[in-house]
Ligand binder design. Sequence first.
Ligand code: SF4
Length: 697
Amino acid sequence: MNTSNIALLATDTHCPYCALQCGMTVDAAGGNVRVRPRWFPTNQGGLCQKGWTSTAVLTAPDRLTTPLLRTAGDGLRPAGWDDALDQVARRLAAVRDRHGPGSVGVLGGGGLTNEKVYLLGKLARVALRTPHVDYNGRFCMSSAAAATIRAFGVDRGLPFPLTDLAGADAVLLVGANVAETMPPFVQHLGRAIDAGGLVVVDPRRTATARHAGLHLRTQPGTDLALALGMLHIAVTDGHVAETYVRERTSGFDRAWRVAARWWPERTERVTGVAVADQRLAVRLLAQADNAYVLTARGTEQHANGTAMVSAWVNLALALGLPGVAGSGYGTITGQGNGQGGREHGQKADQLPGYRKIDDPDARRHVAAVWGVPEAELPSRGRSAYEILDAAGRPGGIRALLVFGTNPVVSAPDAARVTERLRALDLLVVADFVRSETAELADAVLPVTQWAEEDGTLTNLEGRVLLRRRTVDPPDGVRGDLDVISGIAVRLGQPPERFPTGVEEVFAELGRASAGGPADYSGMSHGRLRAGEGLYWPCPAPDHPGTPRLFLDGFPLPGGRARFAPVDHAAPAETTSERFPLWATTGRLLQHYQTGTQTRRVAELDEAAPEVYVEVHPDTAARAGLADGGRATVSSARGSTSARVRYEPTMRVDTVFLPFHFPDGQRANLVTNPALDPTSRIPELKVCAVRLDPHPLP
Ligand code: SF4
């Protein structure tokens, strides 16, 4: 790649994509920007295809280098930065003055740095005075966050270093396809794999399930029943860690009263997992010296996702795993800054430091750091899908700012979301290309990318690390901090309240987080630059950080973790004569999220160019579909067109679609926006569909 924007030489940094945040060195010598793997505890020197090719997006041919403004009848036209920011601020103020602050919404992303997340939340709550700020992590980890805060008092994805897994004899992996989504993760499971102790719960025989000693192939949407059944077996077969449960937990009896009704045969009937396999899975975990339960999107993205995660937490607690050296419970974060993205204020129910927005002490503290009256801080707002669903409606959201996310592709019931976005009075998108969402915008603001700026991210272990600037951005683009500050100042905020220096913003974030669960106040860019990151909480400049949580108790009354009495419920929609199959969605090795970045990398696009539907050959034959042909996949909400891929290991009642692809290939044209009542996560992992040859007759 020859570029004219190369300024610096070899720089040690981290991958722009997933939460593993693999170490890499970006070498810009001689005008060619190349990536070399770099040893970091999470990747141990490995990179996946996405990491190896990650510099290609810096010079994407359709990279935006000037703002775009929509003009009547003439589409998006180039504009100067001052014009663009003036117009954005003027129109935001007009909407706010006419319809009230609650008519403005802000959507952020889990790939934004902590500094951006922090300033974006402050823009929403201080400059726009709207409660409606949320982020795309609402679509992926919010159930895990809600369930673990309830159980442990704190949500830090892995409350232990990833490298601890190397000592595990048994690992229960629920709804996580790490071999495909973050391949270097698998090496941490080596001991469990060799011992036959890797147990994978997944409706599909994924790349990860192929490593497993035991694959529990559930019917989609029935994980909770399986967890209840396994808890039942743990009790009746005498595997409960009784001393641990008595001394370190509360609420076991209420959880058991539910699980007592889930005898193994009933569980087998509902989940499809044989009694012998349920029993073997429990025995593997209970008899291991070191065991872990890890959950991810497969069990979170359901209309009862919080309860589903709670059921796995209950099992882990009954076996005495969380907060014990060498064992544990964790959730596997997906997005690069999915963890930090939910800690510092761009989430509808939180303030910086992972504080609850309805906590009076938290409000007082953050208001003082921001220099605003506490009474002016908005309360809890709409969640991400609720913001999108309210777009353009009377009394709903009339103007929306979107930073670092692409809901036209990522949101469930995507055609409806697209329609809602079209109905807005004002849509502003900050991105590096004309994403599918940017195509609908009234203003598009071109921003820097990962290697063009310094910024901190918090990886799946709660380890805060510094991603370094390696190359100069192209002329014409601006950093998100500049853009956020530019809007805030034009809305009448003093410039010093919205600084643009990344170290200054991080220092303020630290002060705002002080005393909260995710306390960053002892960190600085200097400390992060000097080492391999710091785990939160880190409350003082000489504090070493906290790699392992809960060893001395849980931050809950009596130091006890809490069981939750949760029961199985069927998915929000069931199969029918019209829609007889379950559909589930997920990720591919080659692509990240909505593919805005990875679909622009030639090698990745070539390897995974289009959406496909993975289907059992018998199921395909019944629908008149040939391997390699095209199918129309339809649900009650819409249809998508996909290449047919025969997969003999698929359940005959289930099909799979990857969700990275745009336009008529969007898997989310069929998914169900039914929301979990607690976490407000949509049910992206299961809906009812039918298959037909494409085009429909
Ligand atoms: Fe590592 Fe994830 Fe980047 Fe792949 S995408 S190189 S697994 S951080």
